[in-house]
Write a protein that binds this ligand. Structure first.
Ligand SMILES: Nc1nc2c(ncn2[C@@H]2O[C@H](COP(=O)(O)OP(=O)(O)O)[C@@H](O)[C@H]2O)c(=O)[nH]1
Ligand SMILES: [Mg+2]
Length: 440
């Protein structure tokens, strides 16, 4: 996310940290570079200007200039300012508890990702033990209703539609939800290529008819300042409750995310980070700021790990380790857990200090695939007791998994070392270690 901006800022910080003492001119020069990086990331001109002014005022204070680590302090000031313009607080979707159903209405231009987001949000709410219903109210684009129905079917989410105008569909969906005990109504609306008055009027009527708790603009982050302008226009007509930025996984430069809050005074609530329906994250200003500054994103990583690691499996595994040796079967299931977290590259990019280093390296997901293939080529007995794997067995495994004998030898050797290490740990503080790992 925002790799280019991160890369440039890291360059500026490196120079700043490299100096023991900073002069006013050093700081002014560095901030000029930050400003240029912002503009190249398509940040709104005024937002960039105000940002730099705010950082400068704090950075030129006596405390910073005469501190022992002026460079670090300035990075901290920039971080805090970033958090401020991104949020500053995490702003979650609100669910009204008093009078269900809670209505969530999605609006935006065509292709911004509304329909996809309906699916993503419904899954998000289902995880919170809610029972959502999707409402197909885009009657203009051919097949739009069908698209939502197919999507709903794929995740077993009910989809409501009647052959009427969007305002009537929206109205009736609420009754449908009440009758069926659905506590969340997610309305998919029509997009247009451009903002036009007719669409806005219709959306206003839908809003009046359903009194949505959340009226969210779905905006494509890749469109930069256009997304910001669109947000302004939608906001002035509809008084949005929030924005969701989609396609943050693409080569969005950051301009939309960094400008929308300030320009429209509307919080960003969630972000779409891929085409899959699970590709949704809560928007955390603090974490994004750290990511932009190349400080990694440990918290998101930890959350992903927690989702991927089945706690009961982890517990079972841990108990087993205390009694028995670590086997290839264990190794295999650990690899599977790791893979659930995403590609190796996406995992690494969230680790502080590694993000930019892996930017241009093709991380070898194939290495994992190869190890898995080798394990699959082993007999159950071999997996449980790797020490029986002699020369001829090694050759058979190499052949069966499409690897060289040297690869198999190397993996067996590494596995042996791993076993030893794990034995050492499991005898000692394994339980503490496991607790730390899984409950972070
Ligand atoms: N890469 C990426 N693609 C997305 C994301 N959200 C939606 N898309 C894609 O954008 C296209 C338009 O999405 P759709 O939901 O139909 O947009 P709508 O016209 O606003 O309803 C589809 O091809 C989606 O798969 C996202 O977060 N990342
Ligand atoms: Mg759509």
């Amino acid at each position: 996310m925002f790799d280019d901006l991160t890369y440039k800022l890291e360059g500026v910080f490196k120079k700043l940290r490299g100096r023991g003492k900073l002069t006013e001119k050093n700081i002014t020069d560095a901030l000029k570079e930050v400003r240029r990086a912002f503009l190249e990331a398509d940040v709104n001109y005024k937002v960039a200007k105000d940002f730099i002014a705010a950082v400068k005022e704090k950075a030129l204070g006596e405390k910073v200039l005469h501190s022992i680590t002026p460079g670090q302090q300035i990075v901290k000031i920039i971080h805090d300012e970033l958090v401020r313009i991104l949020g500053p607080e995490t702003s979650t979707l609100s669910i009204s508890s008093s009078s269900p159903p809670t209505v969530v209405m999605l609006v935006g231009l065509q292709g911004s990702g509304k329909t996809t987001m309906c699916g993503k949000l419904s899954l998000h709410f289902r995880k919170l033990n809610k029972s959502p219903v999707l409402v197909a109210a885009d009657i203009y684009r051919p097949a739009a209703v069908e698209q939502l129905k197919v999507l709903g079917k794929s995740i077993k989410m009910p989809v409501f539609h009647v052959d009427k105008d969007p305002v009537a569909i929206a109205k009736e969906s609420i009754k449908f939800a009440r009758d069926g005990n659905h506590d969340i109504v997610i309305i998919d609306t029509a997009g247009r290529l451009h903002i036009d008055d007719k669409l806005m009027t219709e959306l206003e009527q839908m809003k009046a008819a359903t009194a949505p708790e959340e009226l969210l603009l779905i905006a494509d982050a890749m469109t930069g300042q256009d997304a910001v302008n669109i947000a302004s226009e939608f906001n002035s007509r509809l008084d949005l409750s929030g924005v969701i930025l989609t396609k943050m996984d693409g080569d969005a430069r950051g301009g939309a995310a960094l400008s929308i809050r300030t320009v429209t005074d509307t919080p960003i609530k969630m972000i779409g980070i891929g085409e899959k329906l699970s590709d949704l994250e809560v928007f955390h200003p603090e974490r994004l700021a750290s990511r932009i500054l190349g400080m990694g994103d440990m918290l998101t990583l930890v959350e992903k790990a927690q989702e991927a690691v089945d706690m009961r499996e982890a517990e079972k595994f841990h108990k087993k380790l205390q009694k028995e040796a670590f086997t290839f079967d264990d190794f295999y299931s650990q690899l599977q857990q790791l893979r659930k977290m995403g590609s190796l590259e996406s995992i690494l990019s969230m680790v502080p200090g590694i993000g930019n280093a892996v930017k241009n390296i093709d991380v070898d997901d194939h290495a994992l695939v190869r190890i898995e293939a080798m394990i699959q080529s082993m007999t159950p007995d071999e997996r449980q007791r790797p020490n029986i794997i002699d020369g001829s067995r090694r050759r058979r495994i190499a052949l069966g998994s499409g690897n060289e004998l040297t690869d198999v030898n190397r993996i067996l050797k590494q596995f042996g070392q791993m076993q030893k290490m794990i034995k050492k740990i499991s005898r000692g503080q394994m339980s503490d270690l496991a607790k730390g790992l899984f409950k972070m």
